[in-house]
Design a protein around this ligand. Structure first.
Ligand code: TYD
Ligand code: MG
Length: 452
């Protein structure tokens, strides 16, 4: 009697193995991430025995010929920069982002530029018809006419078409709509997602073509999101921003061929996405320095400093619990800063609604922007503008102490370039340069200096 094939369930998030199916992973606690893995059934990989004639022995790294990675430049500077200098042949990249953020626009522009540079590019659209693509292409500043397009969702057809066309770059928009008949489950489920990506990876390595996958991420959903693919692909880029605003940030979170955490900044225009060469200038363009509640800080976006404006509004609240609304900033970070200002600087927010906004659709992730948020809040609650040429750099601790941050010099150099003359920094920061510094040791110091 044939042995019954065994199957196990593996968590797509943490990789833990489960003998039985369950809704929630025991190891990491995430819901709906278990995927069936058949062992010894069709679909499982056949094991090839070791053969000394064909299996190559290990080599010393020093014996491996040094070869600079060839790259295909799209000429869309910020995109090439984030990738580390262009698209690497044989690589698989994932471009994730919320629906409507501009992923298809970005990649159609890249495809157009690659074709213009004689790199044969196939744009596979599983979401839009060729007519829709044509309409989009008509709006772009690039001429997307020479790009090869095909509306296709079947994986086998995609790889066959790409091989026939001898495409050098293949854009698959999106990985969620791609499916293989050989696998169970609807398109977009975790099993399909991972296996389709893995097969495209194999195709890329074997053919030398570069594959760019588009993946949708929802604000809340990890399941729909391409998080599960991050370890399969070579490069992961996220495209972020408020889809209602003009600015978009392309961020590398994983890059086997370059540095991570580099960002590219784009502006959505009527002609598609345009790289922004001077992000600080663009983010500060609409600033009204005489208004209370506005403070400027410098973020490190990758290796580049970028100046952004933080706006705060504290207004008398109506009934019930006052509201705290943070856009571009963690809600809990705002709560912490408000509590610190109440207890350590004697400012009262208990009967005020508080709104904090970061302009340009940028997200604050570094604690280095704490001091600027505190300054904006302080300025708003007192209805007194901060000095127009002042910059705020510092982390705020629970005791109200202002801590020094990394990369102060580079941030100040950018501030100097944009005409900022004063910088409020931690009293423990050692800096010299053209921008004069105001040392602050504690948030109470900040409050009294801003009141003076
Ligand atoms: P899209 O690339 O379809 O987003 P995604 O693929 O991430 O879902 O972008 C859609 C938005 O971009 C849509 O709201 C219209 C806007 N857009 C412009 O503003 N200018 C343009 O030139 C194009 C092509 C799109
Ligand atoms: Mg799209």
């Amino acid at each position: 009697m044939a042995r019954k094939p065994r199957s196990v369930y593996r968590c797509a998030e943490c990789g833990a193995e489960h003998p039985k199916w369950a809704g929630r992973c025991d190891a990491c606690g995430t819901w709906n991430t278990l995927v069936e893995e058949a062992v010894g059934r069709s679909g499982a990989r056949a094991v090839r025995p070791f053969d000394p004639a064909t299996d190559r022995p290990p080599v010393r790294l020093s014996d491996v010929a040094a070869q600079g990675t060839a790259r295909w430049h799209t000429g869309l500077d910020e995109f090439d920069f984030v990738l580390g200098g262009g698209i690497v042949p044989g690589s698989v990249s994932l471009v994730g982002g919320e629906p409507g953020i501009g992923k298809s626009t970005l990649l159609l522009q890249c495809a157009a530029r690659l074709e213009a540079g004689n790199i044969r590019t196939l744009y596979v659209s599983g979401e839009e018809s060729v007519d829709q693509l044509r309409l989009r292409a008509d709006r772009l500043m690039e001429d997307a006419g020479p790009v090869h397009v095909i509306p296709e969702v079947r994986l086998e057809a995609i790889t066959a078409q790409a091989a026939m066309l001898q495409a050098q770059v293949i854009v698959v928009d999106s990985i969620q709509t791609t499916y293989s008949d050989e696998l169970e489950g609807a398109p977009g489920n975790v099993g399909q997602l991972r296996e389709c990506a893995a097969r495209l990876m194999r195709f890329a390595k074997e053919s030398g073509a570069a594959v760019v996958l588009v993946g949708h991420v929802t604000r809340s959903g990890i399941i729909a999101g391409p998080k599960t693919l991050e370890h399969v692909v070579d490069t992961v880029l996220y495209f972020e921003g408020e889809s209602s605003g003009d600015f978009r940030v392309l961020r590398a979170v994983k890059n086997r061929f370059g540095s991570v955490d580099e960002v590219g900044i784009f502006e959505m225009t009527v002609g598609g996405l345009r790289p922004v060469a001077n992000p600080s200038g663009a983010f500060l363009a609409g600033r009204t320095a005489e208004t209370a509640g506005s403070a400027v800080t410098a973020l490190m976006e990758g290796t580049r400093p970028v100046l952004v404006e933080i706006q705060a509004l504290a207004a008398r609240s109506g009934y019930g619990t006052p509201q705290r609304v943070a856009t571009g900033l963690d809600q809990r970070r705002l709560a912490v800063l408000l509590a610190v200002l109440e207890r350590r600087a004697g400012l009262s927010f208990h009967d005020l609604d508080v709104f904090v906004n970061v302009t340009g659709g940028v997200r604050l992730v570094e604690p280095a922007s704490d001091l600027a948020v505190a300054a904006a809040l302080c300025s708003s609650v007192r209805d007194r503008p901060v000095p127009a040429d002042a910059l705020f750099l510092g982390e705020v601790g629970l005791g109200g102490e202002v801590r020094p941050i990394a990369g102060v010099e580079r941030r100040l150099a950018e501030a100097d370039r944009l005409g900022f003359r004063t910088a409020f920094v931690s009293s423990r920061s050692r800096v010299s340069g053209p921008v004069s510094t105001v040392p602050v040791a504690h948030v109470a110091d900040l409050a009294s200096r801003l009141a003076a």
